[in-house]
Structures are given as C-alpha cells and as structure tokens.
Unconditional design. Structure first.
Lengths: 293, 280
C-alpha cells in the first residue's frame, strides 16, 4: 500500500503543475515586489539599487499618509456597517418565523454576485448630482439636502466606502447566519427560561459563540478595506484632489501613470505589512479557542 | 398558541429592519433594471423611481450593436470557462497528492501553498505585468487566464484537501487490490466522491473570474481582448448622454451571475462563504 500511494511519478504529475504555476505567478512576483522596492526603476530601463530610500520617501509623502488614513476609514466603515448590520439581520431572520425568509436572504445577498464595475457604475448614477437617485429621493421627501456626493473632499471617501459596504454586507450576513444556525437552540432557550429577554440572551449566549465567525469577518473586512482600489479607480480617480487615495491606488498611480515601479513596489510592501499586522492583531484580540458543542 | 402570543412572537422591530434593508439592498438593482428600459426623459423627469411604463427594449439593441459588448461578453465567457477548468483540475490533483499520497515534503508544500491565501492580488500587480510582458503573453487572453488559475489555486486546494482528508483509506486499498492504477483510482473513485466540492469550487472560480477587475485593468489594453468588467468602464464617457443604453449594458453584464445565483442560491452562498472554514 505504501508503494502504491508512494508512486513518485504519479505524485509529480499531480503536484507539479499547480506548484509550478503558483510559484511563478503568485509567489515569485511577491518576492519581486519586495526586491524591486529597493530600486529606483521605471519598469523598462536598468534599475539602480537605492536601499530603503523609497521607504524614506514614502514617509515624507503627504499622499502616503492620506492613503493610510483613507485605508483606515474605509476598513473601519465597512467593518462596522457589514458586521454590525449583518449580525442584526442574521439574528432577526433566525428568530422571526416570517414568511419569505428565503426572499429576504436572496435580496441581502444579491449584490455580492455582481461585478465591482457594475456596482460602481450603478452608484455613480445613484450619486449623480443632477439626476441621481439619491438627490431625487431627497427632492421627493422635500429635503434640501441635495449635493454632489463625490466632489466634496470630505464626503467622497465615505460615499465610496459605502458602496463597498453595501455590496458585501450580504457576504457577512451569510457567514453570520450560518454561524447562528449552527448554535444548538437549547442554548438560547435555556437563557430564555432563566428569564432573559430574547436580545439579552443573544447578547450573552449567541454572540460569544460566534467568535470564530467574527474573527474571519473582521480579517476579511479590514484587509479588504485597507487594500481597496476598484471603487477609487472607477468612481473618483483618487479625487477630488487626492482625497480618496488608498495605498493600492498610490501604487497603481506610481507604477502605471508616472513610471516609478520601485516607489510603487514600496507602497505595495507597506500594504502587505499593514494587512499582516491587522490580521495578527485581530487574531490576538478575538480569542482563538475552538468552540465545540 | 393563541393569536396574541403569536403576534408577540413575530417581533415587529426586527421585521421592520429586515424589510427596510431588503429594500436598500435590492432597490438599486431594480432601479438599474428599470432605467435600462427607459429613455432619458423618463429617467430624469417623468418617472425616475418606478418601473418602466413603456419598456424600451431598443436600449438593449443599441447596447449590443453599437459597441463592443458581444466581444467583451465572449471574452468573459472564454476566460471564465478556461479558468474554471484549469483551476479546479490543477487544484484537485494537487490536493489529492497532498492529502492522500505518501511522500516526504507534503506538509511543507501544503504550507507553502497556504501562504497564497494571504497575498492580496494588488500586491503583485506590478511584477505580474512585467512578467507577462517578458513571457510575451501580454495582450492575449492567456495573460488573464493564467493568473486567474494561479490565484485561485491556494484557496481551492485547501477546500479539496479538507474533503479528501475525510475519505477512508480503505477505498484506495481495495482499488489497489483490484489492480487499478493510481490515476484510475483518482479519476474513477476519488473524483466522484469529492463532486460536491467540485461543484462548489466551479461556482467560486467562475464568479471570481467573471467579476475580476484589477488584473484585467493592468494586463489587457487591446479593445478586442477586454472582458466585461473592463469594457464596461469605458462606456462611462461614451454613454453619459444615454443612461438607458448604459443600464442595458450593465444588466447584460450582470445577467449570468444573477441567473447562476437565482438557480443555485444556496450553493452559491456556500461556495462564496466556504472560505471562513479555511482561512480561520
């Protein structure tokens, strides 16, 4: 049996295609990003080694700090919106014996399967200053709150982050709903018999049991927010001014607009580190022990 | 249960919350569908909110005929299908060898593959663009297909790995006794056993490939090779004066994934959220 399952030729046939492709397309470029961040390079001509100068330059670049700040705003906003609302809706839908639960779930999840380009274009028309849905709605309600959502530097980043929050709320909802369903009903029933109200027993019993799910949701939302790109690219081009830059957008602009590949690589490395630190911190904060019923 | 306690059971605040959010979530899509069937006057002035009263299907004709939509659509179909086949096949083979076969470095190789879960695609965009140029793949559909396969590998192999670990070894033992080759065992015994995971990963990779944007943006510039998410972007300028046609293009681009979700909603949800079990 050992000989049968230790067939070297077969193992090579099974393993090598995936292994080589992964190494060439995913892993090797990562090494390259780190390596290139130490060079002054325009992507075509010979590169010259400059050590950590790209990183020093980053620290002096106002755009870098704007990008960091926007990444944090983006991450915080989508984490709070998606996980908060996802929790409320998951609890509500699992409690209420409402008809059409399936339809509710489908409508929460539907935006997740759309392409980010479609969603961004759609929200561009919703935010449109003259004919957009949002301003029309305010008009209908008789509120004088009309405004140009994407051209106010203070508002634009929130408007853009909301688009992501809206699109992927359903994703977190589905995760949390699956988590809630996997908790044995007796747990919450027991708390209710002891006299706790429904929401209180959720607070005391259900939510702590969802720790594992929360950990994943947080990592997903925060790293997704920090590396946000498509929304900026499609909806605002980083503007107005530079008010909606993120690290990925900074990288994109450096490399493909002004041909500073080394500088772009340095911001990519910072992005990886940032995501890594965020993941570690979240894992630290949200306890790791597995819960077994 | 008396009517009174039943009413109390159906707590009102949660139902209001669910109702309101369902509208927030789905109405923009309904609005998009509606304006794809209206003309500008209806969208801007006479009927901005409601369903189209005289559906203008000619918007779809305009969208399909006057721009490159059929080309983009075909490219998306080709890229998605080839990526699905490639990624699922390579991943299931790899996972089988790591989970079931006996060799020395399999744990090391598995860990190495897991690292890929933590590499955001944004981080390798620049070297990847250079690499594709050096391989002379830039501006072919392969420059999308190859990375799409590669970037789905880490995740897919982990899912298949989990499945293969639960299969009892007796299956291979008896196949070995019967004199089946290892390839045959893999093909006719193991693959059918993991077919639920195969279906899950087909959906997962398809949705990823169909909707992918950043790689397509960096790696494709030729008009004839653009996929829908990329092609759609450049309508923005051309169509600012014709919202109806723009809405039609967006609806066309969304239709395949929406239909997929409508028919297999539970399967799609579990395919997209299966990650929580892996990444955690």
């Amino acid at each position: 049996m050992n000989k049968y399952l230790g067939n070297k030729a077969a193992i090579a046939v099974f393993v090598l295609p995936a292994l080589l492709l992964y190494s060439l397309i995913v892993f090797w470029p990562l090494v390259q990003t780190v390596y290139r961040s130490l060079f002054d390079w325009d992507g075509v001509n010979t590169a010259s080694f400059i050590g950590l100068d790209n990183y020093k330059e980053l620290l002096d670049d106002d755009l870098f700090w704007t990008s960091l700040k926007n990444g944090a705003i983006f991450a915080a906003l989508i984490a709070v919106f998606q996980i908060g609302l996802g929790t409320l809706l998951a609890l509500a839908i699992s409690d209420a014996k409402v008809k059409g639960r399936k339809w509710l779930r489908i409508s929460f999840f539907m935006p997740v399967v759309l392409s980010v380009t479609v969603v961004c274009q759609l929200w561009l028309s919703i935010y449109n200053a003259e004919y957009g849905l949002l301003n029309k709605l305010f008009e209908l309600l008789g509120l004088s709150y009309r405004q140009d959502w994407l051209s106010d530097p203070g508002v634009a980043i929130f408007a853009i982050a909301f688009v992501n929050a809206w699109q992927f709320m359903g994703y977190h909802f589905a995760l949390l709903f699956a988590g809630v369903k996997s908790i044995p009903e007796q747990f919450v029933e027991a708390a209710k018999i002891d006299g706790a109200s429904k929401w209180r027993s959720h607070w005391l019993i259900t939510l702590p049991l969802l720790k594992e799910t929360y950990r994943f949701c947080l990592v997903f939302a925060v790293t997704g927010g920090l590396s946000a790109f498509a929304q900026m690219f499609i909806m605002s081009s980083g503007g107005p001014g530079t008010s909606t830059y993120t690290l990925t957008y900074l990288m994109y602009r450096s490399a493909f607009r002004i041909n500073e590949f080394g500088y772009g690589s340095a911001s990519a490395v910072v992005l990886v580190l940032e995501c890594l630190i965020a993941t570690l911190v979240i894992n630290r904060l949200v306890a790791r022990e597995r819960i077994i019923y | 249960m008396t009517i009174l306690s039943r009413l109390r059971h159906r707590s009102l605040p949660s139902r209001i919350l669910m109702g309101i959010y369902a509208i927030v979530s789905i109405y923009p899509l309904f609005w998009m569908l509606s304006y794809s069937l209206k003309n500008n006057n209806e969208i801007y002035v006479t009927n901005p909110f409601g369903p189209p009263l005289h559906p203008r299907f000619e918007n779809y004709r305009t969208a399909w005929e006057s721009f490159n939509v059929p080309v983009y659509f075909l490219n998306s179909v080709i890229v998605s299908i080839v990526s699905v086949i490639g990624a699922v096949l390579l991943a299931v083979m790899f996972a089988y060898a790591v989970a079931r076969l006996r060799w020395r470095f399999r744990e090391t190789v598995r860990t190495y593959m897991i690292i890929g879960l933590f590499i955001p695609v944004q981080v390798v965009l620049l070297p990847l663009a250079v690499l594709m140029r050096d391989l002379h793949l830039q501006n072919t559909l392969l420059s999308l297909i190859v990375p799409y396969i590669a970037f789905n590998l880490s995740f897919s192999t982990m899912v298949f790995y989990g499945f293969f670990r639960t299969v009892p070894t007796e299956l291979e033992e008896s196949a070995c006794m019967d004199g089946a080759s290892l390839y045959r065992t893999f093909w006719s015994i193991m693959l059918p056993i993991v077919s639920p995971a195969l279906a899950t990963m087909v959906i997962f990779v398809f949705l990823n490939a169909w909707n992918e944007f950043p790689l397509a943006l960096i790696l494709i510039s030729s008009e004839n090779l653009k996929t829908l998410p990329l092609g759609l972007l450049f309508f923005q300028g051309q169509f600012t004066t014709d919202w109806g046609a723009m809405g039609a293009v967006m609806t066309i681009a969304s239709l395949p994934t929406i239909l997929l979700y409508a028919f297999f909603s539970e399967k799609v949800e579990s395919a997209l959220t299966v990650g929580s079990a892996v990444k955690g």
